[in-house]
Write a protein that binds this ligand. Structure first.
Ligand SMILES: *Cc1c(COP(=O)(O)O)cnc(C)c1O
Length: 405
């Protein structure tokens, strides 16, 4: 029997892999020591476990253990990277280049710095979420200290040409920072191959625990430094103080190790399921896939169902399918997704979009249920929609003002 509800919101968070939790448990009980306690075996054990985890986390992205700064998640890592570099490299300049479709943890951090005198360039994207590399080249100057572009977008899955972006940044001596939260553990990342100087990622989007993440900070060619945003005992080589979350870090390490081993096979399986879901849902009239279908994550599809409201659709799922909507009230507001709007979608299409994100534990049976259920729900909502009725009758809807949502 199919168990409901079905979870297709793995880009918001993933369930922890049982193998991850198993490795964590001993670090709450027997091995509960503080990794900074240098004078007794409890501390040494914890430190050894953290060292091993750090190595595994680094290995996932082609980095050494010393380049991994543990944080509370990707939000903190984004803050540390951007604020830390802004402060550390103030002699070179005050200019940062980023993109309008970045995560709020990047955009809001940039806005914060703007108030302190930073000059921020927000690049626009095309309709698939790609930036224009020529435009990037034209805005990077000798005063640019950082180019911040996410590895893959969390709403549409579009993957950025990170190496090319990094090369453009490096030509002017700017650092390449990437929020790789959605890509880490899902597709191959190698900080040397990709030319990345700083990179943020988090455990809870790769089957690890919540509340632990990392900032990769390059140590060689060049040696990168960030000013600490959290002062205290000088943990994490002075870049991030605070007692380490040992069980969380151990879990993150295990999650990274599993991702190393299983990423390829997971990606192959998930992209087949995702494509099937997408192809079937695209058989619904007036449905459109958002994002770049040639360069994107294997487990995400974002589809707009015209003449249907995302919120109404979510309601029609009757809590049986957990997904994200382009009109999800992330911040109490009813504004449609700023990412979809940045792609040029009108309010109506942005409001009518749904992100389906699959994960390691998604089954074919769940996908089949979702196809059937969503198709039925869209048809039912359209049957009740006067706009759909007009569309079917060939009335030009562009001549009609859309209602305010
Ligand atoms: C989820 C996410 C974050 C935030 O990560 P937390 O670990 O929850 O703070 C940042 N950036 C992107 C792209 C994300 O998808």
């Amino acid at each position: 029997m199919l168990k409901l509800p079905i979870y297709l919101d793995n880009s918001a968070t993933t369930p922890a892999d049982p193998r991850v939790v198993d490795t964590m448990v001993p670090y709450f009980y027997e091995h509960f020591g503080n990794a900074a306690s240098r004078s007794h075996p409890f501390g040494w054990e914890a430190e050894d476990a953290v060292d091993q985890a750090r190595e595994r986390i680094g290995k996932l992205i082609g980095a050494t253990d010393k380049e991994i700064i543990i944080t509370s998640g990707a939000t903190e890592a984004d803050n540390l990277a951007i604020k830390g570099v802004y402060d550390m490299y103030s002699r070179k300049g005050n200019h940062i280049v980023t993109v309008t479709t970045e995560h709020k943890a990047v955009l809001d951090t940039c806005k914060h710095l703007e108030k302190q005198g930073a000059q921020i360039t927000y690049l626009k994207t095309d309709a698939e979420g790609n930036i224009d590399l020529n435009e990037l080249e034209s805005v990077v100057t000798d005063k640019t200290i950082m180019v911040a572009v996410m590895y893959a977008n969390n709403e549409i899955g579009t993957i950025a040409p990170i190496r090319q972006i990094a090369d453009i940044a490096h030509k002017k001596g700017a650092l390449m920072f990437s929020d790789a939260t959605q890509a880490a553990g899902k597709i191959s990342i190698d900080v040397d191959r990709d030319g990345i100087d700083l990179m943020a990622f988090t455990a809870h989007k790769m089957y690890g625990p919540k509340g632990v993440g990392a900032l990769y900070v390059r140590r060689k060619n060049p040696r990168v430094k960030v000013t600490a945003q959290m002062d205290g005992g000088g943990h994490e080589r002075g870049m991030r103080s605070g007692t380490l979350n040992v069980p969380g870090i151990v879990g993150f390490g295990k999650a990274a190790e599993l991702a190393m081993m299983e990423m390829e096979i997971d990606a192959a399986r998930l992209s087949v399921m995702r494509d099937r879901l997408e192809n079937e849902l695209c058989k619904i009239e007036e449905s459109y896939v958002n994002g770049n279908r040639r360069s994107r994550l294997p487990h995400i599809t974002n589809i707009s169902f015209k003449y249907v409201e995302g919120e109404g659709l979510m309601m029609a799922f009757n809590q049986n399918i957990a997904v994200s909507s382009g009109s999800a009230c992330t911040s109490a507001s009813l504004e449609p997704s700023y990412v979809l709007k940045a792609l040029g979608l009108g309010d109506d299409l942005a409001h009518s979009s749904i992100r389906f994100s699959l994960g390691r534990f998604t089954t074919d049976e769940q996908i089949q249920y979702t196809i059937d259920h969503v198709t039925k729900a869209v048809n039912k909502l359209r049957d009740m929609s006067p706009l759909w009725e007009m569309f079917k009758q060939g009335i030009d809807l562009n001549s009609i003002e859309w209602a305010e949502h």
